[in-house]
Design a protein around this ligand. Structure first.
Ligand SMILES: C[S@@+](CC[C@H](N)C(=O)[O-])C[C@H]1O[C@@H](n2cnc3c(N)ncnc32)[C@H](O)[C@@H]1O
Length: 114
């Protein structure tokens, strides 16, 4: 696990705090009414999680292990009280390809990724 990846994951939310004051309402408007199975590309530390309805079936494609750790921490803080929903689900990239069936997702989310 590279030092650079770890540093980025640990500092990302603080670095983005100013931007999030403006982006937060936009994220809420985009994500707040999603339903069904959501695949999020590059979720990073999970900044979108708090804007998604808790009922969505969330799957993240996040290649950075330190980002996944930060996201798990955030997930536990936000949802940890519900014992049926303790773990975020990640999908691995296989040779750069997302290993999911073509019709798997109802919605694909990508913010600040492409
Ligand atoms: C700038 S961050 C965006 C985080 C979050 N989506 C947001 O809106 O703040 C970009 C994220 O994309 C991830 N990423 C990089 N290459 C990727 C790839 N090929 N597929 C999916 N995610 C990738 C990075 O690890 C990082 O977590």
């Amino acid at each position: 696990m590279g030092l650079r990846q770890r540093l980025m994951a640990r500092t990302y939310d603080r670095l983005m705090a100013g931007y999030e004051r403006h982006a937060g309402p936009r994220r809420a408007a985009l994500l707040g009414e999603l339903e069904g199975r959501v695949v999020e590309l590059g979720p990073g530390t999970g900044v979108n999680l708090g804007h998604l309805p808790k009922a969505v079936d969330w799957h993240g494609v996040e290649p950075s292990a330190p980002m996944r750790e930060e996201l798990r921490r955030r997930w536990a803080e936000q949802r940890g009280a519900d014992p049926t929903d303790l773990e975020p689900r990640f999908v691995d990239l296989a040779d750069g390809r997302i290993d999911l069936a073509d019709d798997f997702a109802d919605v694909v989310v990508a913010t600040l990724v492409l």
